[in-house]
Design a protein around this ligand. Structure first.
Ligand SMILES: [Zn+2]
Length: 75
C-alpha cells in the first residue's frame, strides 16, 4: 500500500510571480492533477502543467536531490 512512497517523479514548479522555477521531486508515480503537492524537500508547492521550456530551464532542487540520494545510498 505504501510502496508509492518509494516512488517519485520530477516536475518543474514555477516560482510565484517570477520567471524562474525549480524542478522538484514528488512522492508518487506521477502528477495526477492536484493543485498543490508536498515535494520531497518538504515544500508545499502549487503545481501546473509544465511547458517544455520549464523542463529545460528550471534547475533541479538540491534538497530533493540530496534527500532522494540519501534514501537510496544512505544506509
Ligand atoms: Zn524540492
Amino acid at each position: 500500500m505504501h510502496d508509492e512512497v518509494q516512488r517519485h517523479f520530477w516536475l518543474p514548479v514555477a516560482d510565484p510571480g517570477g520567471r524562474g522555477g525549480t524542478r522538484h521531486a514528488f512522492p508518487g508515480r506521477r502528477w495526477e492533477g492536484e493543485r498543490t503537492r508536498e515535494a520531497i524537500c518538504g515544500e508545499q508547492l502549487p503545481l501546473a502543467n509544465p511547458s517544455e521550456m520549464d523542463w529545460i530551464c528550471h534547475p533541479t532542487c538540491t534538497t530533493c536531490w540530496n534527500t532522494l540520494r540519501n534514501k537510496q545510498f544512505g544506509r
